[in-house]
Design a protein around this ligand. Structure first.
Ligand code: ASP
Length: 445
């Protein structure tokens, strides 16, 4: 009998998790039971994915670079990737700004709702911690990001998931130096990384076997931890504007895939869907990265030379969904609190949201920290920042889940585009064994 495809299994896990979480909101002991007994399984899954992220980047990027026949190709891939990332992010922010200016979700929100949201969330630990984090981040010089990219200790960088760009820097440096010493001398190291690469991909497969159960746990926990349903409804119009913008971004990616790479966009979405569903369930593009890499390489056919660079870099610096959300949220907050935004201020939003997308960490809630910096760039009164964040805090988690889907899909689209442009978009080489236990158990030749 044909077993259910992975994305269906995950989807069933998600729906069951949401329903279960909803039922568990009724008994008074329900939410804490879910947090104590169900949520740990989701957390373990996210930890396992993060556990293999750095070994995977290291092994696959070294393999990708050392397979290159000449370095000039790498330069081409690098420049193209960064250029396309900037363009897609600007498009995302513009879509968000157009929608929020036309639909004006902030104008319909009543004084009462603003007062209630302020009272509930303005001094909430979630909001205050985001403000503190933002003030720590903004006290840095303009070239700080370049400085931060270069590690002073390779092992220090490799031992910290939040230092992904440093790992990428070190790995590229290592890969290029391997190319320069010639094939004969670099052979033992190359063999080691090739083998490590296969092992880590197998680890992704094994971890993914537990994905349906893990997403059940993650989503049940999201549902029991979500805020007052009345407040969620009050923010519905704002949330719908963000979701509409995100949906338009997916349409935009599909158009790019169809016109430039000449692939069927529905096929593209189907291949990438397990990564999208995980992005939704974990709210973290960094945790989803191993799965995104596996799907893009094996199921879409992007060569490792491209994907091993484009995807880890994208997970860290390319966040189209996040920047679209920041544009909408900044204008929504200004509309709701009666703060006038000139056209110049909106152009500043485009620029700072672009930089914020590069600076946001690929973890849950990071977009909201950088939103503070976007708001400050347009001279939003600092005494009202906490109120501004309080307005959108109640729906932030569900929107975070949705924007992470777009972040991941954007990275996959750019990987396809760059691969196509350098003749590295080949045939998928689907390893069926990754989705099912029986096949995983058999050793591949
Ligand atoms: N959770 C997002 C990501 O990991 C970042 C954010 O928008 O908060 O891509």
């Amino acid at each position: 009998m044909r077993k259910l495809e992975l994305h269906w299994q995950i989807l069933i896990g998600m729906v069951a998790g949401i329903l279960f979480g909803f039922v568990m909101t009724f008994p008074s002991w329900g939410p804490s039971a879910v947090q104590d007994w169900i949520n740990p399984f989701g957390t373990i899954f996210v930890k396992l994915l993060k556990l293999i992220a750095i070994p995977l980047i290291l092994a696959s990027l070294v393999k990708g670079i050392s397979d290159l026949k000449d370095i000039s190709k790498f330069k081409k891939i690098g420049l193209r990737t960064i250029g396309i990332y900037v363009v897609t992010t600007i498009i995302a922010i513009c879509i968000g700004l157009i929608l929020v200016n036309v639909l004006k979700p902030g104008e319909g929100i009543s004084e009462d709702t603003i007062a209630k949201l302020t009272e509930t969330y303005a001094s909430d630990a979630g909001v205050t911690s985001k403000l503190e984090e933002a003030s720590r981040q903004k006290d840095s010089g303009p070239l700080q990001f370049l400085e931060d990219m270069v590690p002073d200790n390779a092992f220090g960088a490799l031992s910290d998931n939040s230092l992904m760009l440093q790992v990428i820097f070190f790995t590229i440096f290592l890969g290029i130096s391997m190319l320069l010493i010639g094939e004969k001398r670099s052979k033992p190291l190359k063999k080691f990384f090739d083998s490590l690469n296969y092992v880590v991909l197998k680890m992704v497969d094994l971890i993914m076997l537990t994905a349906p159960v893990a997403v059940f746990a993650l989503l049940a926990n999201v549902v029991v931890s979500s805020g007052d349903p009345d407040l969620l409804v009050a923010l519905l119009k704002y949330a719908l504007v963000v979701v509409l913008g995100l949906a338009l971004m997916i349409v935009f990616y599909c158009i790019v895939v169809a016109t430039y790479t000449k692939k069927n966009p529905f096929w593209f979405l189907k291949q990438i869907s397990p990564a999208q569903l995980l992005a939704f369930s974990t709210s973290s593009s960094a945790a989803t990265l191993p799965v995104t890499m596996e799907r893009v390489e094996e199921h879409i056919g992007v060569d490792k030379e491209v994907s091993s660079f484009v995807l880890p870099v994208g997970a860290t610096i390319n966040m189209d969904g996040t920047s679209l959300y920041q544009g909408v949220a900044a204008v929504f907050i200004s509309q709701a609190l009666g703060f006038d935004l000139t056209l110049g201020a909106q152009l500043i939003i485009v620029l700072t949201a672009l930089l914020a997308s590069i600076g946001s960490a690929a973890v849950p809630g990071a977009g909201m920290v950088m939103l503070v910096i976007v708001l400050e760039s347009i001279n939003f009164p600092s005494d009202k920042l906490a109120i501004g964040l309080a307005l959108i805090f109640a729906v932030d988690r569900p929107l975070d889940m949705c924007r992470t889907i777009v972040n991941v899909t954007g990275d996959a689209t750019v990987a396809m585009v760059v691969a196509k442009s350098v003749g590295k978009l080949g045939k998928p080489h689907v390893e069926e064994w990754d989705d099912y236990l029986d096949e995983v158990k058999t050793t591949k030749s």
